[in-house]
Design a protein around this ligand. Sequence first.
Ligand code: ADP
Ligand code: MG
Length: 320
Amino acid sequence: MEIIIEEKKVRVLPIILIICLLLGGCSFIPDNSYTETQFLLDTVCTIEAGGENAESAVKAAFDEIGKIQKQVDFYDENSTVSLFNKAEANTEITLDNHTALILKTCLEVSHASQGAFDVTVASLTEIWDFKEKYIPNPKEIEDALKNVGYENLVLDETKGTLLKKHKDIKIDLGGAAKGYCADIAVNILKEHGAEYGLINLGGNIVAFGKNPKRKDGSWQIGIKKPFSDGETYEKTVSVENYGAVVTSGTYERYFYDKDKLYHHIIDPKTGYPADNGTSSVTIMNESALLADCLSTACLVSGEEKGRELANEFGADIYIQ
Ligand code: ADP
Ligand code: MG
């Protein structure tokens, strides 16, 4: 596998334009492509597909993501996640298939990262409010920390059930659901006969087939410089070499208080936003679900442990 990397800071658009000019203009863009954007999973989701049934393929993918959202939504009281969060201790809760699959990978990454990634971080994520710029007081953090610990979950893969050892344990799949949905969207586009597809669910990017907008058919993804204006890229990755390119960043949801940055990726050990000098982690591998969990885990673990963790799963990593 070969990655095409621009080592220097580049402006992707001008470079693409220059390449197109050199090659005598962009290749023909077929009119059988279809692109749609929706706000789902608390983020902007764009799906593009090409082929005869592109539109129905994209719509089917969005329908399925909508269904998955209903199961994993922390704030929807009828979701599987809410049913589990409200459940009593030592009671097996039957999961829908999607939630069970997400949890399996979440727990693998929780173990491997020694809790840097932890789906039971919910008690903490619940008390932070990044929209209202609310910093929980130390007592709130201390109380929430008592209810964090993935060791308190027992997933029975055969039965498809999840059990918690303490009543107040809650789960939050926000660090994994977008990646999972991106994987599912690819499958659906392919099932509908799409020739190619590009899926971007809030920075969880998956592509397959040949990009009709480039002569070489590649899908070039620029990785944003943290806190930049959105046009400055530190590196460009060819997605087709991996399948998925997933980035977690402290600049996605944050506020400043007395010059200190507070962002939405929480260190489950301290209860406060991860603070180790890492602003952005990009994971590149086949599964967007795994990449989503790992990008969050590595952002919490920091550079050294993050690299080891990615390596353990055979994933490539880019840290800023
Ligand atoms: P983004 O949502 O910006 O793509 P992530 O994939 O890293 O970023 O997911 C962040 C979300 O994951 C948070 O909004 C929260 O729901 C959840 N989360 C925060 N900290 C952790 C953690 N340490 N382990 C697991 N999930 C987390
Ligand atoms: Mg993530």
